[in-house]
Design a protein around this ligand. Structure first.
Ligand SMILES: [Mg+2]
Length: 399
C-alpha cells in the first residue's frame, strides 16, 4: 500500500488549524491535523515531505517518523518540522487502523478502560484563531449571550459557570484568571490587588458549589518564577488540582524550583516537543502531571512513548486539546489505551460547535466521561461539506 497523494486543507475562519489527508493507492485515506503557521506547514508539506513520502509504504510509521525527525537535523522541540511530523503520524495511524479495520486505541495495545473522565477547559467558541491577547486573557469582544462562552463566564460569573458544568456532569474545569495581568509587565510582577482579583473566580466557585468541582489553574507560560510561585501559593488555598505551564519551559531547573516551593501539583507541558524534551523533566522531577499535545509533540507515536516514559516515573498523563477535532480524537484513543491516563481535556464550546462542522463523528460524552471511539482508525472523517466552502485553502501533491 503506497502513498499516492497528499492534501492540505485550511480555512480563513480557523487560520491556524490545518488538516492533512494522505491517500494510498488502494483507496484508503488517512487524516491528520496540526496547528500554528499553516502557510509554512503547507509549504514544508508539499515542497519537502511529498518528495519523500509519495511512493513509500503507508504502513512504515516508525521508519517515516525517524526519517522526518533525523533528516532535516533541525527538527527539534516544538518546531514546524515536528508539527508536520505530528500530522503525518496521525494520518498514518488512521490509515493503519482503516487497513486493519481496528480503532487506533486497539492498535496501541488495547483499551485499559471503556470510559475516562473529561474536564472542561473554559475557552469560548472563538478561542482558536487570531483573536489576540485581549480576547484570550480578558474576554474582550466576546458575545456573552452564547451558551458556552466559558472564558467570559469564568472572568465574570464563575459561580454560575461551575453550576452549569456540574449540571452537565463535568467535575473539573480549567481557568486562567491571571493572564490579564501578565500583559502589562511581561509577567515580571503581580500586585497584591491583581492577585486578589485573580482569586475571585476561585472564591466564587467554592462559595457556589463547595468542593464538588476540581479547579485547574492555567498560567500559559506567561510568568517569571517568583510571580508564578506567588500565584500558585495563593491558589493552593482553594484546593486547585494543578498549576499548568507556570513559566516558560526553557529552563527545567526553574520548574524544579517552583515544584519544590509550591504544594500545588505542576502540570506540563503542551509546549514541549518529543520524548527528548520530556526526558529532562522526568529525570529532574520537575512535573507531577504530564500533558503532551499530540499535534505539537510528534504525533500519536510520540505521545505514546512519552506516556510510557512517564509511567516509569509513576506519573499520570492528561492529553492536551484546545486545538482541533483530530487532536482531541487522537487524545481520546490514547486516553483509552494508556495505563497511566488521568483525564482527557475537552472544550465544550468546541465539541458542541465547530468541531461538529469539520468532522463527521466525535466520541460520545456523557455525564463527565468520554467513551471508546467507534469505527476504524481515528473513527471520523473530514466532513464532505467543508470541500464546498468558499474560504477553503487547498493544495495537493501527487504522483
Ligand atoms: Mg495549557
Amino acid at each position: 500500500m503506497k502513498i499516492s497523494k497528499i492534501e492540505t486543507i485550511w480555512f480563513t475562519d480557523k487560520p491556524k488549524l490545518v488538516f492533512l489527508r494522505i491517500h494510498t493507492d488502494n483507496g484508503i485515506c488517512g487524516i491528520g491535523e496540526t496547528y500554528e503557521m499553516p502557510a509554512a506547514f503547507e509549504g514544508y508539506m508539499h515542497n519537502e515531505v511529498a518528495k519523500y513520502l509519495i511512493g513509500k509504504s503507508a504502513l512504515d510509521i516508525d521508519k517515516h517518523w525517524t526519517y522526518f525527525y533525523k533528516t532535516p537535523r533541525l527538527a527539534l522541540g516544538k518546531s514546524l518540522e515536528i508539527r508536520a511530523l505530528s500530522a503525518i503520524d496521525m494520518a498514518l495511524w488512521d490509515i493503519l487502523g482503516k487497513y486493519l479495520e481496528q480503532p487506533i486505541y486497539q492498535l496501541l495495545g488495547g483499551a485499559c478502560r471503556e470510559k475516562i473522565r473529561v474536564y472542561n477547559t473554559c475557552a469560548g467558541y472563538d478561542y482558536v484563531g487570531d483573536s489576540g491577547f485581549g480576547y484570550h486573557a480578558t474576554g474582550q469582544g466576546i458575545d456573552a449571550n452564547r451558551p458556552y462562552e466559558d472564558l467570559h463566564a469564568f472572568l465574570n460569573h464563575a459561580d454560575k459557570l461551575a453550576e452549569s458544568l456540574l449540571s452537565e456532569g463535568y467535575r473539573q474545569m480549567k481557568i486562567w484568571p491571571f493572564d490579564r495581568y501578565a500583559e502589562t509587565n511581561n509577567g515580571n510582577f503581580i500586585s497584591l490587588e491583581e492577585l486578589k482579583e485573580g482569586l475571585e473566580p476561585f472564591s466564587k466557585i467554592r462559595k457556589s458549589v463547595g468542593d464538588d468541582i476540581d479547579i485547574a489553574l492555567e498560567l500559559h507560560n506567561l510568568w517569571n518564577l517568583p510571580s508564578a510561585i506567588k500565584i500558585a501559593k495563593a491558589v493552593s488555598d482553594y484546593g486547585a488540582i494543578w498549576c499548568e505551564d507556570p513559566i516558560p519551559m526553557d529552563n527545567i531547573d526553574s520548574l524544579v524550583d517552583m515544584r519544590q516551593q509550591c504544594s500545588i501539583p505542576i502540570c506540563a507541558s503542551e509546549t514541549v516537543g518529543t520524548r527528548w524534551g520530556f526526558r529532562e523533566m522526568f529525570e529532574k522531577k520537575a512535573v507531577d502531571i504530564v500533558m503532551p499535545d499530540i499535534t505539537w509533540t510528534g504525533g500519536i507515536s510520540e505521545a505514546k512513548k512519552i506516556a510510557s516514559m512517564a509511567e516509569c516515573y509513576n506519573l499520570p498523563v492528561a492529553p492536551h486539546d484546545c486545538v482541533g477535532p483530530l487532536t482531541y480524537i487522537s487524545g481520546v484513543h490514547l486516553s483509552m489505551n494508556l495505563p497511566n491516563a488521568l483525564i482527557q481535556e475537552v472544550v465544550r464550546a468546541y465539541i458542541s460547535g465547530w468541531y461538529q462542522d469539520l468532522v463527521t463523528d466525535l466520541p460520545r460524552i456523557d455525564n463527565g466521561y468520554v467513551f471508546l471511539p467507534e469505527g476504524y482508525g481515528l473513527g471520523t472523517e473530514l466532513n464532505p461539506g467543508i470541500f464546498e466552502r468558499s474560504d477553503i485553502r487547498y493544495k495537493v501533491s501527487h504522483i
